[in-house]
Design a protein around this ligand. Structure first.
Ligand code: ADP
Length: 435
């Protein structure tokens, strides 16, 4: 059908004019003959146009176009082929969409697409079971209206999705879900939600086990150390040769007690996400007390401890937890700084919030240890740590307390020259008003 339709059309018109001219020759009315011929042609053309119009408007999906003659037939066929091709492409696309939808529906993880304002655009079936979204009523709803957990709202609005968030499912408290948000395209969000109930339960069992064991060990240990102290006090009546052994046993006993206390504190910190008390804490007074304790710990080692704290700059949170964290940092500085060394404690505020830094002129830490320093029982040098009587849990406690106070720990150190541990708290964590 690769005809040259220009030439054919011109040939047809010439033929029509010739026939009209012959008609004019026979009848003697050239003008009328020509006009009649062209009118007939125009009428036929209009008729074809109407047929095309009717077919386009009313045809069934698979209905072939009406038969047409000449150029009109070609137009009908071309439109029909275009339509068929379009249908085939659409069918293929639909098949791809169906497969994607089937596979995402079969997923056990929820997949949710949100627009740039955080409104629901699309979600799979698992989103209904994990988060309770209703199809189609919830389409276009802000996700924070449907997942109402305060930590989700805070997480979503902070727009820092580097770490996933774990919360109880909005429809079932016993389900624990982990949410990952990724931004794509024009600031749209893709949210993946996994059921982590099992992992959470195992983690919970581990925490409970450690807490229970620590708790159970406390009483026997108290009895043992109590008797050891009594024996030590009366060692001359028993056998003076045991004095050294009893002394070491008492020392190790109290080390175990500190370890159990730290383990219990960590278990308590892990039990809930945020501290139960959210009182304004006067950090300057807290640091003054910690400084005095540090001075006592330093004793004859004569380290120079200085404190510069902005008065009235208060933090929201738990005083006892903050005391544990800050004193761990300051006591570490005392432990890991040579005699006569300097330790500088600073507490100040700026537009980013409030900051506490503990800077020492001590042994310092090699850069390769820094990322692992807050892990439980991680020690740079185990022989040195056992001399200092540390439990290896101090910085883990600091990390947990800071997490619960929405703070961050920054560590910088130059081996041989000293270390600086800085806690950063956001402006939202500051308590307004005067101390
Ligand atoms: P520990 O009870 O052993 O001090 P921490 O968790 O408090 O345990 O600290 C972990 C390790 O980090 C310590 O063993 C020590 O090697 C190192 N460390 C902590 N603070 C300092 C510091 N101020 N200077 C040098 N090393 C430090």
């Amino acid at each position: 059908m690769n005809q040259n339709w220009h030439a054919t059309l011109i040939r047809h018109l010439l033929l029509l004019i010739t026939v009209c001219l012959i008609g004019g020759l026979v009848s003697g009315y050239y003008g009328w003959s020509l006009a009649t011929g062209l009118a007939l042609y125009l009428g036929w053309t209009l008729k074809q146009l109407l047929r095309l119009h009717d077919w386009l408007r009313n045809h069934q999906p698979d209905e072939a176009p009406p038969d047409g003659y000449g150029l009109w037939g070609e137009v009908f066929d071309s439109i029909y082929h275009l339509q068929r091709r379009d249908q085939r492409v659409r069918g293929r696309l639909q098949a791809v969409i169906d497969r994607v939808q089937e596979s995402t529906a079969a997923l056990r993880d929820a997949v949710i697409m949100l627009d740039s304002d955080g409104n629901l655009e699309w979600w799979n079936r698992a989103a209904e079971t994990l988060l309770g979204f209703k199809t189609p009523q919830d389409g276009g709803q802000p996700v924070t209206n449907l997942v109402r957990h305060p930590r989700f709202k805070e997480y979503f609005e902070a727009e820092n999705y580097a770490e996933p968030l774990e919360i109880p499912s909005p429809i079932n408290d016993r389900l624990r879900v982990q949410l990952h948000i990724t931004r794509y395209g024009n600031n749209e969000h893709l949210m993946l939600v996994r059921d982590v109930t099992r992992i959470h339960q195992l983690e919970q069992m581990r925490k409970d086990f450690v807490a229970n064991v620590s708790h159970e060990l406390r009483t026997p240990l108290t009895v043992i150390t109590g008797y050891l102290e009594t024996l030590l006090d009366n060692v001359d009546d028993v056998n003076p040769r045991w004095a050294r052994a009893l002394q070491q046993m008492t020392q190790q006993g109290s080390r175990m007690q500190t370890l159990l206390n730290d383990l219990l504190l960590l278990a308590k910190l892990e039990a809930t996400d945020y501290p139960s008390d959210n009182q304004p804490v006067a950090v300057d007074a807290l640091l003054t007390a910690i400084k005095q304790d540090a001075q006592a710990l330093s004793g004859p080692r004569n380290q120079k401890i200085t404190l510069e704290a902005v008065p009235g700059l208060r933090l929201k949170g738990s005083e006892s937890e903050l005391r544990s964290a800050f004193s761990n940092l300051v006591f570490n500085a005392v432990k890991y700084t040579q005699d006569e060394g300097t330790i500088r404690i600073r507490w100040w505020g700026d537009e980013h919030g409030a900051h506490l830094s503990v800077q020492d002129s001590g042994v310092g830490i090699d850069a390769k240890h820094l990322p692992r320093l807050t892990e439980r029982f991680y020690r740079v040098d185990s022989s040195r740590a056992s001399n200092t009587g540390g439990t290896g849990l101090g910085l883990a406690i600091v990390k947990h307390v800071l997490m619960r106070h929405r703070g961050k720990l920054e560590i910088s150190s130059v081996p041989g020259h000293g270390s600086t541990f800085t806690c950063h708290f956001g402006p939202a964590q500051l308590a307004n008003g005067k101390a």
